[in-house]
Design a protein around this ligand. Structure first.
Ligand SMILES: [Zn+2]
Length: 407
């Protein structure tokens, strides 16, 4: 059996359970070597081998089945050798469930200093101490295998929002060449691992050009990978543009493998992404806004530091069963944030992750019961994203600030 046949022969790792009749939504089961994941699934981000402010046990109790960790941060600190010596990332951080790692590319293109991109890979200086590093399609695979990650992402080339069309096309084509190098490295490294091997996903890019989006999706669909990620979205474009690019990408992806929309995960985006046919999401948004006092409720995001919560002696979210809402009042959270007490970050993060995981469970139930479209309309009709325009502005600024310079 060749490597390609061996990888293709284990495609039972993902099973669609119920496809929705009216939209692209579907429920499914992703079986990894470290347990199963019910899809559609949301993956909290544990940037530095830690979901910020939470213990693994607290993360698990939000209903989380899989988390994401960032290769860029971990390769710089504490380094892959230390994580390997610790017995792998799961043992090091005491998270027994599945872990997906990114390739490091996103942070190299957004955080690192003095980056230079060539066909070989990316050379950059650490944002921590200025030390020089290289990330190639091969080394990104080696690092993630060294972490003992369960789902590995290939290095891709990222470009800033609004890049000219030839730049978008060149980045997509390089991303495809890099994927083939990643597949070669992955297959030669895991060929003896048998059914216990990790998974490798491909990433579709294509910027904001519909034809490129379809071309890139068709390209990764033809590769021997275990799942399909959709990259380069939610980087400053409007929601309508994002939805359109997502639809183009998914139109060229068959049904049988998991589809992962990278870096997207605000409460309203999750319903829309699932409707388009997405099975997996990750985003720092729920925990990042939590640490600033932004808490999700069925009516939208509220800021608990606002004076109206000073003497609100009920929970932040009446409908929530998390430890924060069942134990503490909004007035107490308001006080903790005002006093900058560390407990504030933990309680707010627990609530937002539980809110998102309850939302994912509601999405799965509504697909199973055939009421997805109506339930999505009800959710979106009620949920008001906090300052949608401001959030978009913020993303646009971020994207402009971090727009990679072309070599
Ligand atoms: Zn709660």
């Amino acid at each position: 059996m060749t490597n390609v046949e061996r990888i293709n022969s284990s495609q039972q790792h993902f099973r669609v359970i119920t496809p929705d009749r009216e939209t692209g939504a579907r429920t499914g089961i992703l079986t990894t070597r470290r347990g199963t994941v019910q899809t559609p699934a949301f993956m909290p981000v544990g940037t530095q081998a830690s979901v910020r402010a939470l213990s693994p046990d607290e993360v698990m109790r939000t209903g989380t089945e899989i988390i994401l960790a960032n290769t860029y941060h971990l390769m710089l600190r504490p380094g892959v050798d230390l994580i390997r010596a610790a017995g792998g990332l799961h043992r090091f951080m005491a998270w027994p469930g599945p872990i997906l790692t990114d390739s490091g590319g996103f942070q190299v293109f957004s955080l690192a200093h003095r980056r230079s991109v060539s066909e070989q890979g990316v050379i950059f200086r650490s944002h921590i101490d200025g030390s020089l590093h290289e990330l190639t399609p091969e080394s990104a695979i080696d690092l993630q295998l060294g972490f003992d990650s369960d789902i590995i992402m290939p290095l891709d080339e990222l470009i800033g929002f609004g890049a000219p069309e030839p730049v978008q096309q060149a980045a997509m084509e390089r991303t495809h060449r890099w994927l083939q190098r990643a597949i070669d490295r992955f297959q030669s490294s895991v060929q003896d691992a048998g059914p216990d091997r990790p998974f490798l996903f491909g990433i579709a890019q294509g910027g904001f050009i519909p034809e490129l989006r379809r071309e890139s999706a068709a390209f990764i669909a033809a590769q021997p990978v275990d799942g399909w990620a959709i990259g380069g979205l939610s980087v400053g474009e409007s929601k309508d543009v994002m939805d359109a690019m997502l639809a183009e990408t998914i139109s060229a992806l068959p049904v049988e493998k998991p589809r992962y929309l990278m870096g997207v995960g605000s409460p309203e985006d999750l319903w829309r992404g699932v409707a388009a046919g997405v099975d997996m999401f990750d985003c720092v948004h729920p925990t990042r806004v939590a640490r600033r006092g932004g808490l999700f409720t069925p009516d939208g995001r509220v800021n608990v530091t606002a004076s109206r919560f000073r003497d609100h002696f009920g929970p932040v979210d009446e409908t929530c069963d998390c430890v924060t809402c069942t134990t503490f009042t909004a007035a107490y959270l308001h006080h903790l944030f005002r006093a900058r007490e560390l407990l504030a970050y933990r309680l707010a993060s627990i609530h937002n992750l539980r809110f998102i995981q309850r939302e994912m469970a509601a999405i799965r139930r509504s697909i199973e019961s055939g009421t997805f479209a109506a339930d999505m309309a009800a959710f979106l009709g009620r949920y008001r994203p906090a300052d949608a325009e401001a959030a978009r502005e913020q993303r646009r600024h971020w994207a402009e600030r971090h727009a990679p310079a072309r070599p």
